[in-house]
Design a protein around this ligand. Structure first.
Ligand SMILES: [Zn+2]
Length: 243
């Protein structure tokens, strides 16, 4: 027959483990969410750069066509200039040629600028695509970790919860209610008495009380400073052997 103190000691170890498991798992889903956001942000940057690059390429293709038709036009005008009948016609064609060349020079200049822009954007896009791939890999790794951990943890959590229910059932109703109530504000609701001090808040416990605890292992003792349940330190053994 286990004493109430021994059951409390075993229960405290199980809850400690359960809390640790919960904590480990608790952070992982948050990390996955963060990495998902990271992937979305990086994908948006890639899309934006691709859009800009398409614009620049479209502009260059259009300008190239315009330059070619201006070239054709100038060739025709030059031929016509040979066949003019008077100075007025010659001047008119010269004027038109001049305007066309001016337009062509302007387009050439714009195309050169666009060419530099395209080169820069291509380099930026390459870097952004690499960043996106890295972010996707990070997310994949973390998701895998979460999945593996959840599976492993679930088995352990189930086992520990089973033991927890069993132990709670062995406590008197009053002590089990106390334990659960204290746990709402102290995760470690039952702690050991360590060198005549409460292991929860480190307050000194009168030695008379320590003696009583050992003599009456089925009675609930609490720390007067913090309200945690106390059990003798020698009962703090691995949960498996105590359960
Ligand atoms: Zn205390």
């Amino acid at each position: 027959m286990q004493t109430q103190s021994a059951i409390l000691a075993a229960l405290s170890l199980i809850d400690e483990k359960l809390d640790e498991l919960q904590e480990d798992l608790g952070d992982l889903p948050v990390q996955v969410k963060k990495l998902e956001k990271n992937v979305r942000e990086r994908a948006a940057l890639v899309d934006e750069t691709r859009g800009l690059l398409d614009e620049v390429r479209g502009f260059r293709a259009n300008s190239n066509q315009s330059v070619q038709s201006l070239n054709d036009k100038e060739k025709k005008l030059a031929e016509q200039q040979f066949a003019v009948r008077n100075n007025r016609e010659f001047d008119a064609i010269s004027n038109e040629l001049g305007m066309s060349k001016e337009e062509r020079t302007r387009l050439d200049e714009e195309m050169r600028t666009a060419g530099v822009k395209e080169e820069n954007l291509t380099a930026i896009l390459q870097q952004q695509e690499q960043n996106l791939e890295e972010a996707k890999q990070d997310l994949k790794d973390k998701e895998k970790e979460l999945l593996e951990m959840t599976g492993e943890q679930m088995d352990e959590v189930k086992q520990l919860e089973g033991q927890r229910i069993e132990l709670l059932g062995k406590l008197t109703e009053a002590i089990s209610a106390d334990y659960e109530r204290i746990r709402t504000f102290h995760k470690d609701a039952a702690v050991s008495l360590r060198r005549n001090s409460c292991a929860g808040c480190f307050s000194a416990v009168p030695s008379q009380k320590a003696v009583e605890m050992r003599n009456q292992p089925d009675k609930a003792f609490t720390c007067e400073a913090c309200g945690r349940l106390l059990f003798p330190e020698e009962l703090k053994t691995p949960a498996e052997s105590a359960a």
